[in-house]
Design a binder for this molecule. Structure first.
Ligand code: HEC
Length: 105
């Protein structure tokens, strides 16, 4: 299995390309809808939500992490890690969710 370091290098390699294509069309409102539908069963996706899985980071805490960027997050969402289910997210949907999470900062 690929380690965390491998993943980070992969991200660094792809961000420049992805960053350009995601510079337009990110829609945080649409991202919020998607997050409520796909992610709220495990994550706290809004500040008004009260229940989620205990050991899963809230979206607000993800947004406040050092080094957070919507581009990196959008890319992460296209290749989620093993503890998360694989979502059939399009690139635009991933970008919108990342924009929404970025707005929680
Ligand atoms: C089945 C439960 C589940 C669902 C549904 C889920 N996640 Fe997660 N997510 C997790 C768990 C568990 C972790 C913590 C994983 C870890 O610590 O390695 C996590 C971590 C994350 C992280 C942080 C990754 C990191 O580098 O630490 C992000 C970002 C994230 N999820 C985004 C999402 C988004 C966006 C959705 C909806 C499209 C989603 N998740 C849906 C379980 C879920």
């Amino acid at each position: 299995m690929r380690g965390r370091t491998g993943r980070i290098w992969l991200l660094l390699a792809v961000i420049p390309v992805f960053g350009i294509s995601s510079a337009f069309a990110a829609d945080a409102d649409h991202g919020a809808d998607l997050a409520k539908r796909w992610c709220a069963s495990c994550h706290l996706v809004t500040s008004s939500q009260t229940q989620a899985s205990a050991d899963v980071p809230s979206f607000a805490s993800i947004a406040r992490r050092p080094g957070f960027s919507p581009e990196r997050l959008a890319f992460f969402l296209l290749d989620p890690h093993p503890k998360m289910p694989n979502f059939p997210l399009s690139r635009n949907e991933a970008t919108d969710i990342a924009a929404y999470i970025g707005s929680l900062r």
